[in-house]
Design a protein around this ligand. Sequence first.
Ligand code: GUN
Length: 281
Amino acid sequence: MELLDGRALANELTQAQQMTVATLKQQGVTPKLVVVMVGDDPASAIYTQSKQRRATKIGMASELKRLSAETTEADLLAVVRQLNTDETVDGILVQLPLPKQINEDHIIRAIDPQKDVDGFSPVNIGRLWLNQPGLVACTPNGIMRLLAAHDIDVAGKNVVIVGRSNIVGRPLAALMLNANATVTIAHSRTADLKALTKTADILVAAIGKPHFFGIEDVKEGAVVVDVGINRLEDGTVTGDVDFEALKSHVSAMTPVPRGVGPMTITMLMDQTIEIAKERAK
Ligand code: GUN
């Protein structure tokens, strides 16, 4: 089995990004990412800190705007609009979830699609489905890059994606379709899910249930991409597939951790840098 090692690829890409950022700085442009976090959800705090740390590591400017849990929708909209017009800001990321007094869709729609480094805005989602991609959601983007780096061609393959979230399943389906895969999106209401996953040449698991898929659910020689990040009671982190059971059965598979996860932040930096390059032109 070929290990689809996301950490190794992310490290390689991070080095390349460091050099690109240095060149841009010589041209007078420092790529800048602003992360907005509302409230004090501990998981969000960890995610936003790691985004900050990575941006700093590659020499980018980054700013974390922390707003109180009582922030109103109008206040947050004002922050987003200010960032939209700030020419030194390349990428804007509003960390989700937001407190319940704020409508997430209203916020996402307010972000300038050209600074929407999450690729969540309706404009970017629409462009993606038209195969005219602009900014693309980072986890799906990272999955495509990881497969490409291992010369896994998705064209003509039966791809089954389990999970239909706006962050992973749906945008990944569009990217796979754009790359000429035959795509099925499965979800909690899919009939006979495991019979379906067994037909997949490439199985993408994004359901958030530890070790949900085992050897009987996966075709021999398939490629498995595990997007699950499940924390077990003993503190260990594990994916949606049973890695140990599958490793002598599949042709390639991502580990968890160190698979898809490290690619996500790397794609966030990549897109911020791409926006900054436009500014340097
Ligand atoms: N919360 C969990 N994942 C994400 C993500 O990719 N982007 C944002 N903005 N919030 C998240």
